[in-house]
Design a protein around this ligand. Structure first.
Ligand code: 5AD
Ligand code: SF4
Length: 440
């Protein structure tokens, strides 16, 4: 959806919170609303409809949205015709309570309700609409997405999660696992390739649990690798228990599948992993990492870690730090445990104080900084192929792009977004690599 529209068209402003799945869902919502005749507003002040696509994973994410909503309520107070909607995981998690907390909301719609958005927004009347039905079949296959032009694009290949880790609200807010038919995924990838996309990122809550008929995730990777124009394939987030031989073989055997894996570990303590019902032990995780590294040379690994889960003692926390050092993750997303209503761990409550969680979080962030710096320093002197994205944020005429290991490289070059160019890395920080193009 672009921002140009004729003045008789209603306009929508869409704001996205949370993970890549939500970014991809907003692209889908944009396509649905464009087809229903909505133009896109550049800011809430100019819009007829303001929609927030929200995240429920931690309390903090919900608080941010509630505070944003109270700001938007002032806008609605000035302009009562403005329609305000809350979509996504928080809608599903809080449902009708949201209308009590935020009575100025016109619409609350969960992740499986997006096809019905035009119908809801077309209704006239004063009662707010709440639609949080989950649908075991809904994959939004064939709807497409309105993406901003970029050489890298997301494609949702499966939705929902059946794992029920005890801390996590996702299975409750996104419902059961379901996969998009391979034909629909391939069609989407071909379309994207025709529009300049060079790298696809396949998305799913447990993306490697993908299965549609006879096609498993390894099969899907191989099918996408056969598409001309798609040069690179990534995916997120896999579950360690679904890293089957078929997936590992496809990663190792298909050069287009990039040597980078985000493999959430959550904790380095067997006791805590069992309490989280993650389905693997520390040893099993380490064995998996060893297997992956033995067949995928120069594999970069990132992870998710939660500190302060119910019952986490100092010894468990030290075990997590030990595991981080042992694997030497290239990067990590780190979180303080947040008790979530509806989850299995909810009734257990919190045993680690906020101060202690903050201390543990600061310690793992510091450790990861040193591991990331060491991993990036190790890149110095190497030549890496970079997919050019555009100007670097530093705004000094430099370009940026990702290496196969998904590290950000910054360099000066005459190149266009979408070009793949070899870059020699000459220096590094914990967050990025500086390079110079070679041999062109
Ligand atoms: N508290 C803190 N972090 C959480 N995550 C999921 N649920 C919670 C929670 N209740 C983290 C996990 C997951 C990532 C997406 O968010 O690390 O992998
Ligand atoms: Fe949440 Fe676990 Fe499912 Fe990941 S695998 S979405 S952490 S329940």
């Amino acid at each position: 959806m672009n921002t140009a529209h004729d003045s008789s068209q209603p306009t929508v402003y869409l704001e996205t919170y949370g993970c890549q799945m939500n970014i991809a869902d907003s692209e889908l919502i944009a396509a649905i609303l464009r087809r229903a005749g909505y133009g896109r507003a550049a800011c809430p002040e100019d819009a007829d409809v303001v929609l927030l696509n929200t995240c429920a994973i931690r309390e903090h994410a919900e608080e941010r949205v509630l505070s944003r909503l109270s700001t938007l309520a002032r806008l609605k107070h000035k302009r009562p015709a403005l329609r305000l909607g809350l979509l996504g995981c928080m809608a599903q998690h809080n449902r009708a309570q949201l209308i009590e907390k935020a009575p100025y909301l016109d619409l609350v719609a969960g992740p499986d309700s997006y096809r019905r958005l035009p119908e809801f927004l077309g209704r006239t009347g004063f009662d707010p609409i709440v639609d949080v039905r989950l649908d075991r079949e809904e994959t939004y296959a064939g709807i497409g997405a309105d993406r901003a032009p970029h050489p890298r694009a997301y494609v949702t290949v499966m939705r929902g999660c059946d794992r029920f880790c005890t801390f996590c609200v996702v299975p409750y807010v996104r419902g059961r696992e379901r996969s998009v038919a391979p034909d629909a995924v391939l069609h989407e990838c071909r379309e994207m390739a025709a529009h300049g996309v060079r790298e696809v990122v396949l998305l799913g809550q447990t993306v490697n649990a993908y299965r549609h008929g006879e096609v498993d995730f390894g099969g899907l990777l191989r099918m996408i690798a056969a598409i001309d124009g798609i040069e690179r394939i990534r995916f997120t987030s896999p579950h360690p228990c679904d890293m089957t031989a078929a997936v590992i073989d496809a990663m190792a055997g298909e050069p287009k599948v990039q040597p980078y894996l985000h493999l959430p570990v959550q904790s380095g303590s067997d006791r805590i992993l069992a309490a989280m019902q993650r389905g693997y032990s520390v040893k099993e995780y380490l064995d998996l990492v060893e297997r992956l590294r033995s067949v995928i040379p120069e594999l970069a690994l990132s992870t998710d870690i939660i500190v302060g889960f119910h019952g986490e003692e100092e010894t468990d926390f030290i075990a997590t730090m030990d595991l981080m050092r042992e694997v030497a993750f290239d990067s990590a997303f780190t979180f303080k445990y947040s008790v979530r209503e509806h989850t299995r761990a909810y009734k257990l409550g919190d045993t680690v104080s906020e101060t202690e969680k903050a201390r543990r979080l600061a310690a793992i962030i510091e450790l990861q900084e040193s591991l990331s710096t060491a991993s990036n320093q190790n890149e110095v002197g190497r030549i890496r192929e970079v997919l050019v994205e555009g100007p670097a944020r530093r705004g000094d005429g430099m370009l940026c792009g990702k290496t196969p290991q998904f590290k950000t490289a910054v360099f000066a070059a005459q190149a266009q977004p979408g070009d793949l160019i070899p870059v020699r890395i000459i220096s590094a920080t914990s967050h990025s690599l500086i390079g110079v193009p070679v041999g062109r």
